[in-house]
Design a protein around this ligand. Structure first.
Ligand SMILES: Nc1ncnc2c1ncn2[C@@H]1O[C@H](COP(=O)(O)OP(=O)(O)O)[C@@H](O)[C@H]1O
Ligand SMILES: [Mg+2]
Length: 340
């Protein structure tokens, strides 16, 4: 599989990402609304000399949730304590972290929708009353020892806000929804990153990378690094329009940001199944991929582009998908045969 357009970060990508992260709200490109709202929340807390309200950040991977969490801690001037939902399998895991917090600390819980029930219950109390009940022992003899916590700010991040239980969502004073970025915003991000990486880049080069980045800064930064490689090996080191085009064609990322898998899915759907509907499993076998990969990696973007529709009877290619492949859709819908 081609990982160039995967929205999640690879392990060895994290260090590079850290270097490219905006460090203050002013440095963040785009997301104007969230930036304004968050700026206000932080400023108000500063005036009141209190820890800011708990903040929930939701949105697809790679749009800046972790970046904003770090900025919140930086603006508050407090250390950021970092954990994630999957790491909190027992209430005790959370209790250990909470009991080590200092006044005004910022606790970042990434993928907060994947926390265990028990940890969640404990978090309700901690968020609302700054208190946890530490349970000692088991069964009827168990006792709960209340433990006061210093005021802190919880920052939760989730790619699936819909999966968060209502009571948890309600305990956040502020929720910021991150949206996909417009091409001109991604262009600015590419320019900014190119500057930090010391890569000479033309406006057209940056625009070309931006337009193939699926609205996602993480992907824009990744494509920039690949185009830089190409520019250094095959060109004079400058990222211009020609170099960007050739490099991205070489890496099989097309003008809309579709990669090999995305196009494979559309191709099979149109050419082999006449545009569908076809079941997910059949589709996955036909492209030689896992079901999950097709469903979670390829489909969301294809649906977002309006190339693919998920219907109760299976996946269907839209006329736009046919057009993107340079094919003519069947003029009339295929006759449907009912087996009754
Ligand atoms: N608004 C932005 N401006 C500039 N760079 C950004 C922005 N949002 C994200 N990035 C870059 O994209 C990468 C991924 O961001 P991250 O905060 O890790 O996303 P998430 O946590 O939502 O998956 C980071 O390296 C960061 O530099
Ligand atoms: Mg993150």
């Amino acid at each position: 599989m081609n990982d160039l357009t995967a929205p999640d970060a690879e392990v060895d990508e994290r260090a590079i990402e850290a270097a490219l992260r905006p460090r203050s709200l002013d440095e963040v490109v785009g997301q104007q609304r969230v930036r304004d709202q968050l700026g206000l929340v932080l400023e108000a807390a500063r005036l009141r000399e209190r820890a800011p309200d708990h903040v929930l950040l939701s949105g697809p991977p790679g749009l800046g949730k972790t970046t904003l969490a770090m900025i919140i801690a930086a603006e508050v001037g407090a250390p950021l304590r970092l954990t994630s939902g999957p790491a909190l399998t027992h209430a005790g895991d959370l209790a250990a972290i909470l009991s080590g917090m200092n006044d005004g600390d910022v606790l970042f819980v990434d993928e907060i929708h994947r926390m265990s029930r028990a940890a969640e219950e404990m978090l309700y109390l901690a968020m609302e009353d700054f208190r946890v009940d530490v349970v000692i022992g088991k069964g009827p003899g168990a006792t709960a020892i209340p433990l006061e916590l210093p005021p802190f700010t919880l920052v939760g991040a989730t790619t699936r806000a819909g999966l968060l239980p209502g009571p948890l969502r309600d305990r956040f004073g502020f929720t910021g929804h991150l949206e996909f970025y417009a091409p001109h915003e991604l262009e600015r991000i590419v320019h900014r990153s190119a500057g930090l990486l010391d890569v000479p880049t033309t406006g057209e080069g940056a625009a070309e990378i931006a337009s193939r980045s699926r609205g996602t800064p993480r992907i824009a930064n990744r494509l920039l690094r690949r185009v830089r490689d190409y520019a250094q090996v095959r060109g004079d080191g400058t990222v211009g329009l020609e170099v960007a085009r050739k490099a991205l064609d070489l890496y099989e990322v097309d003008e809309l940001g579709l990669d090999r898998l995305d196009r494979g899915v559309l191709d099979v759907l149109c050419r082999r199944f006449g545009g569908g509907p076809v079941g997910l499993s059949t589709l996955a076998v036909a492209v030689g991929e896992e079901r999950e990969t097709v469903e979670e990696v390829a489909e969301p973007f294809l649906v977002r582009l309006g190339f693919l529709a998920r219907t109760p009877r299976g996946r269907v290619a839209t006329p736009a998908a046919w057009a993107h492949l340079g094919l003519t859709p069947p003029s009339a819908p295929e006759p449907v045969l009912f087996e009754e």
